[in-house]
Design a protein around this ligand. Structure first.
Ligand code: PLP
Length: 480
């Protein structure tokens, strides 16, 4: 057994990855040196991976139907990605990326901007995680106003407007923009000041009875305009920040039709930048490379993560528009933001090969096609499920929301942990899905997410849906 491996019976117990901050179960075993999320309940040990499957130290194999946390877009063990990483390691494993540039970083930026320039994107920067990308995006947006504005603008443009359903990361900046309460509450005094939150674009729970989609979007417009008015008519606001398709916090919620066009219009009218967080929903996950392509808008800044390195390398990106670039050029002509491992040659070389593989094998298109299959299968499999209130998604990013009462959409008491229990049951049956809890305005809507690799086979997809159905039905009968 590997040094940190759990015996089979404990591994089963330790699989809950609920986002609810329950007191961890104590274990009689000596605690490992590694600081785990549930400090005394380490998760199972993964020892190898191939395709869409992980193997645990217990010998169990797990079909990873959520690609980790929507990360693994190409599956595991892809020979071309491994070869690209090895080639980079053997030629230039590291150099000071503040002092030198590399072919890997330049080519990665070039391939993304070649595509992104259709949307006005002009430059890319690469860092180590989605949270860091969001912090860099925040600094770029703030610096934009600093460079283009007079003393008054510099002094006043210090605030952010984000959304109640958003999650943007764990660093202090990104956490400040987030609404995922379990990940914020204990650290409250450290949060950045000046962030306010408007209502989520979450039709299932928030579109009122008798209100159509257009009416819902109009109401959200009113709320956003009111908030900008309150903040000096937008003069205090650096940027509005949101995920085009919300991932973790509310269980995959695409916005209602017309929502993002409305947001873009309101931001323009109030002279506020628009930062889109595509850390989870970007890189093809929703069936187009950028999720915003489906909304008919362009952002001032967009972040990518997760799928950018496809799980082979920790890398995330910030792409800025021509407008933001010109702003920086008008002023300092620099962005004083350097991290030792940003633009790392290895992570950039791997991400570059990921981009090449995506294009060569038309995998974003495949994601779209497989997504239709997944949608169809999920609706069919869960049609009779008593507590499945809503199934929604795009591409290969799908959420299943559980409610106690389908007619009132009343959520379960979070103590029931239905999402976490469904996830645990599915895991016992050999399929990994991703649980979560929407912690907004008192609504505690449990959900699970499916976000498999774009390379998943039809048989694997069917297995994922079958097991999800069996897990849902098993937990429903436990609850009844
Ligand atoms: N933004 C979104 C939308 C995310 O889903 C996440 C992570 O789940 C992040 C930002 C933070 O990314 P990371 O965990 O790589 O720091």
């Amino acid at each position: 057994m590997a040094p940190h491996a759990l015996p089979a019976e404990d591994a089963q117990e330790a699989t809950t990855t609920s986002t609810i901050p329950t007191t961890p179960a104590t274990t009689k075993k000596a605690s490992p040196a590694l600081l785990h999320r549930l400090i005394n309940a380490p998760p199972p040990t993964a020892i190898s991976a191939h395709g869409s499957t992980l193997t645990l130290s217990t010998g169990a194999t797990i079909l990873d139907a959520c690609g980790g946390a929507a990360v693994s877009i190409l599956g595991h063990g892809h020979p071309e990605i491994i070869a690209a990483g090895c080639a980079q390691l053997s030629t230039l494993p590291y150099c000071h990326t503040g002092a030198y540039t590399t072919d890997a970083a330049e080519s990665l930026a070039a391939i993304l901007i070649e595509d992104g320039k259709r949307f006005g994107l002009a430059k890319a920067l690469f860092v180590g995680s989605g949270s860091e990308a969001m912090d860099a995006a925040m600094k770029l947006a703030r610096q934009f106003w600093y460079e283009v504005g007079d003393e008054g603008v510099r002094e006043r443009k210090t605030r952010w407007v984000a959304r109640k359903q958003g999650y943007h990361g764990v660093t202090l900046g990104a956490m400040g923009l987030s609404s995922n309460l379990p990940r914020k509450v204990p650290y409250a005094p450290l949060q950045i000041p000046g962030v306010s939150f408007v209502g989520p674009a979450y039709a299932y729970q928030y579109q009122r009875a008798g209100e159509d989609e257009e009416g819902y979007v109009a109401r959200l417009r009113g709320e956003l305009e009111e908030e900008f008015e309150r903040l000096g008519g937008g003069k205090e606001v650096i940027a509005f920040v949101g995920e085009p398709v919300v991932g973790a916090t509310s269980g995959c919620t695409p916005a209602p039709r017309g929502y993002w066009k409305m947001v873009r219009e309101v931001c323009d009218a109030f002279d506020v930048l628009l930062i889109l967080d595509e850390v989870m929903c970007g890189c093809g996950r929703t069936g187009t490379f950028f999720a915003f392509e489906q909304e008919g808008i362009v952002p001032d800044i967009v972040t990518l993560g997760k799928g950018l390195g496809a799980g082979y390398a920790p890398i995330a990106g910030v792409l800025i528009s021509e407008r933001v670039l010109q702003g920086l050029m008008m002023g300092a002509g620099s962005f004083n933001h350097f991290q030792t491992y940003q633009l790392h040659p290895l992570t950039c070389a791997i991400a570059l090969e990921v981009q090449k593989v995506l294009r060569r094998n038309r995998l974003v298109e495949r994601c779209n096609e497989m997504g239709k299959l997944l949608e169809n299968d999920l609706y069919g499999a869960l049609a009779e499920a008593k507590y499945v209130g809503n199934i929604r998604g795009r591409g290969l990013l799908w959420g299943i929301e559980f409610v106690k009462d389908k007619s009132t959409k009343e959520p379960f008491d979070p103590k029931v942990e239905i999402g976490a229990r469904v996830q645990k049951k599915a895991f016992e049956m050999g399929v990994a899905i991703y649980p979560g809890v929407a912690t907004i305005d008192g609504i505690k809507g449990d959900h699970v997410l499916l976000a498999p690799p774009y390379t998943i086979t039809k048989e694997e997809l069917r297995q994922a849906v079958d097991v999800t159905r069996m897990a849902v039905l098993a937990i429903e009968s436990e609850i009844d």
